[in-house]
Design a protein. Structure first.
Length: 553
C-alpha cells in the first residue's frame, strides 16, 4: 500500500480530474487518500451464517424476567398477555432467532413443574440469585413467584418469532424430570397428562422445543463435576429421551474461556462408550465473558473487573482486546473437539458472551448484574458478532448475555420506561447477516498503538465480516481507533458495486449511552451510498461500527 503522500503526488491535476465521471472520481479519491483496504472474495464461501448466532439469553436473574420481560397481564404497562409490548416490538425488528431460558446458574436450581399449571397455584421459591439481592430490591427477584414459566416463555418466543432453547436442570433434578419436561413441551395435543396440563395453561399444541441444554456450567454452579463425570451424566440424561417427531438438539455444558481440559476430558469420556456417542450431542456450549481489566495485576474475579461507565482510553482498547480472545477460543476448542469428532458433527454454541463490569452503573438501582451499556460495548459486540460470522462452519448458535436489564443487554426497562441500548442497535444492524453466505474478506489497515502502563502496545486497526444473499452484500466493519478515521478502498474481487446504504453507529463521546430520558443518545445513522464503481471509497469514523448493505452487479 502506498503511503498517503505518494498517492497525492501521483494524483491527477484539477483540470484532468474534471474530465472523469462522478463515479470514477470517487474511486480516484479512494486511490489518492486511502490508508486501508478491504477485499471481499465472493468465490471463497466460508459457510452459511446460522441465524441462531444472533440469539439471546434470558435468565431468571435480577430484573431480566420480572420487570424486563414480564410485567403482568393486569399491568398498566402495555403488554401482550403479560409480556412487555415494547420489548416484543423491538425483538421483531432485530429478527431474534432463538432465546435461551431459564439460566445460567438458575437453570440447575429450577424445577420446571413449579412454573406450569394455574398461575394462582404456583409456588414461590427462593431464587438461586436471591442472596445477591439487596434488602430493598424487588421481592420477585429474591423470591421467584413462578408467574413466568414454560408456557409464558414459549408464548414470548412465539410472539417474537424465535426458537425456544431450554436449559435443563442436571445438578438438582433427576433425569426423569428432564424427559418429562420434554414430554410437557412436545407431546402432541391430548396424548399425555402433561400435554393436557400444557393445554390447560393455554397451549393445546406442542411447543416443539428442539434445543435443550443439558445443565449449565457443570464444572461450577451446575454440579461442580469433572469433565469425565459430566460426560457420564450427559450420556445418562440424553439416552432415550422421547422425540415426538422432533429432531432434538442436545447442547452440552462446555468450557469457560480457555479450559481446554474440560473440552478434551468430556469428549474423551463421551466416546469411551463408542464413537457413535458423538451423534448424541449437537452443540458444545462455550461461555466467555471479558472481565479482567486489571492489565495483569490480578486474576481475582471481583477485584479485576473494570467500570462500565468510568473508563479511560486504555480501558477502551483493553476490553476490545479481551473480546478479541473469542477468536482463539473458537479455534482452540474446535481443534480439541476434532480430536474425538474429526468430522465435526458437534458445533459450538457460544451461549453466554459479553463484557462483565463491576456493580454500580445500574440504571434501575438494585438490579443485580445490570450494567450500563455504552458505545464501547457496541463496538465490542460488533467485533464479537463479526468473529462468529467468520466461523460459520464452527459456530451454530450463540446467545448474548443477557437480553435485558443485565450484563451486555440490548434493552433496559423499569416499570413503564424502556430504552434500546447501543448493543441493541448493533443487533439491529447485523440482523442482515442472518442466513447469508459468509465470504472470506481481507482487511488491511494501520494498527492502533497505545501506551499500556508504559509499554507500547498495538491492536488491529479494522476488522469485520461479509456475507452475501445472492447479489446483496452485507459488510460490517469495526474501527476501534478512538481518534482516527480509516479511509478505505473496498472491492469485491471481479465484481462492480451498484448502490446501497451505509449505517453507522458512533458518537463523539466514547462513554455515550442511552437512558430512559435520553433514549437516542447513541443511535445508528443511515445514508445512501452511490457506488457504481469497482472500488468503493469509504471512510470509517473513529470508534464506530458500520454496516454497508450494497447490491452487486
Ligand atoms: O450470566 C450470568 C451468569 O454467568 C450465568 O448464570 C452463568 O451461567 C454465568 O456464570
Amino acid at each position: 500500500m502506498l503511503p498517503r503522500r505518494d498517492f497525492i503526488r501521483t494524483g491527477l491535476t484539477g483540470a484532468t480530474a474534471l474530465l472523469v465521471s462522478k463515479y470514477s472520481r470517487l474511486a480516484l479519491h479512494a486511490a489518492e487518500a486511502s490508508d486501508s483496504r478491504i477485499e471481499i472474495l465472493p468465490e471463497e464461501v466460508l459457510g452459511t451464517i446460522s441465524p441462531n448466532v444472533y440469539g439471546h439469553f434470558t435468565e431468571n436473574l435480577g430484573g431480566v424476567i420480572y420487570d424486563g420481560i414480564w410485567v403482568g397481564e393486569d399491568s398498566k404497562i402495555p403488554n401482550i398477555n403479560g409480556i412487555r409490548t415494547e420489548l416484543v416490538n423491538e425483538m421483531r425488528k432485530i429478527k431474534a432467532p432463538a432465546v435461551r431460558f431459564p439460566g445460567g446458574c438458575f437453570a440447575d436450581s429450577y424445577d420446571w413443574k413449579d412454573g406450569v399449571g394455574p398461575a394462582g397455584n404456583r409456588p414461590r421459591r427462593t431464587n438461586f440469585w436471591g442472596d445477591g439481592e439487596a434488602p430493598d430490591g424487588q421481592t420477585s427477584h429474591k423470591y421467584d413467584p413462578n408467574r413466568f414459566g414454560t408456557n409464558e416463555f414459549a408464548h414470548f418466543c412465539k410472539l417474537i418469532g424465535a426458537e425456544p432453547y431450554l436449559a435443563a436442570n442436571l445438578r438438582s433434578l433427576p433425569a426423569e424430570d428432564f424427559y418429562r419436561w420434554v414430554e410437557y413441551c412436545n407431546s402432541p395435543a391430548g396424548t399425555t397428562t402433561l400435554a393436557d396440563l400444557r393445554a390447560a395453561g393455554g397451549s393445546a399444541e406442542p411447543f416443539n422445543v428442539k434445543y435443550w441444554g443439558v445443565g449449565n456450567e457443570s464444572w461450577g454452579c451446575g454440579g461442580n463435576f469433572t469433565p469425565e463425570e459430566y460426560a457420564v451424566e450427559f450420556r445418562r440424561y440424553t439416552t432415550w429421551v422421547p422425540r415426538y417427531g422432533q429432531k432434538l438438539a442436545f447442547i452440552g455444558s462446555g468450557p469457560n474461556d480457555d479450559s481446554w481440559n474440560w473440552t478434551r476430558g468430556f469428549f474423551e469420556e463421551l466416546v469411551k462408550k463408542g464413537r457413535g456417542e458423538i451423534r448424541s450431542i449437537w452443540g458444545w456450549a462455550l461461555h466467555y465473558y471479558a472481565w479482567n481489566m486489571s492489565r495483569g495485576r490480578t486474576t481475582n474475579w471481583v477485584e479485576g473487573k473494570g467500570e462500565a461507565l468510568k473508563f479511560d482510553t486504555v480501558d477502551w482498547y483493553e476490553i476490545l482486546r479481551q473480546g478479541d480472545v473469542m477468536e482463539s477460543l473458537i479455534q482452540g476448542h474446535w481443534q480439541i473437539m476434532g480430536e474425538n469428532d474429526p468430522e465435526h458433527h458437534v458445533k459450538l454454541v457460544v451461549d453466554e458472551w459479553g463484557p462483565w463490569y463491576r456493580p454500580g452503573s445500574e440504571l434501575t438501582p438494585h438490579d443485580q448484574l445490570e450494567q450500563m451499556i455504552t458505545l464501547r460495548d457496541a463496538v465490542f459486540s460488533g467485533a464479537t458478532l463479526d468473529t462468529f460470522n467468520r466461523h460459520p462452519e464452527k459456530v451454530a448458535m450463540a446467545a448474548c448475555a443477557q437480553l435485558i436489564n443485565c450484563l451486555n443487554s440490548l434493552y433496559l426497562a423499569h416499570e413503564d420506561r424502556f430504552c434500546v441500548t447501543p448493543v441493541g442497535h448493533v443487533f439491529g444492524m447485523y440482523a442482515a447477516h442472518q442466513g447469508g453466505q459468509a465470504v472470506r474478506t481481507e482487511f488491511s489497515a494501520p494498527n492502533v498503538s497505545y501506551d499500556r502502563d508504559g509499554k507500547a502496545t498495538t491492536f488491529w486497526g479494522l476488522k469485520g465480516s461479509a456475507s452475501l444473499h445472492g447479489k446483496d452484500l452485507v459488510l460490517t466493519v469495526v474501527n476501534p481507533h478512538l481518534s482516527e478515521t480509516r479511509a478505505t478502498e473496498i472491492s469485491v474481487r471481479g465484481v462492480r458495486f451498484k448502490s446501497g446504504s451505509a449505517t453507522t453507529l458512533t458518537n463523539s463521546d466514547i462513554h455515550a449511552h442511552n437512558t430512559f430520558t435520553e433514549r437516542d443518545a447513541v443511535a445508528p445513522l443511515t445514508k445512501n451510498v452511490e457506488a457504481n464503481t469497482k472500488v468503493l471509497a469509504y471512510t470509517f469514523p473513529p470508534a464506530s461500527v458500520t454496516k454497508l448493505a450494497i447490491t452487486l452487479e
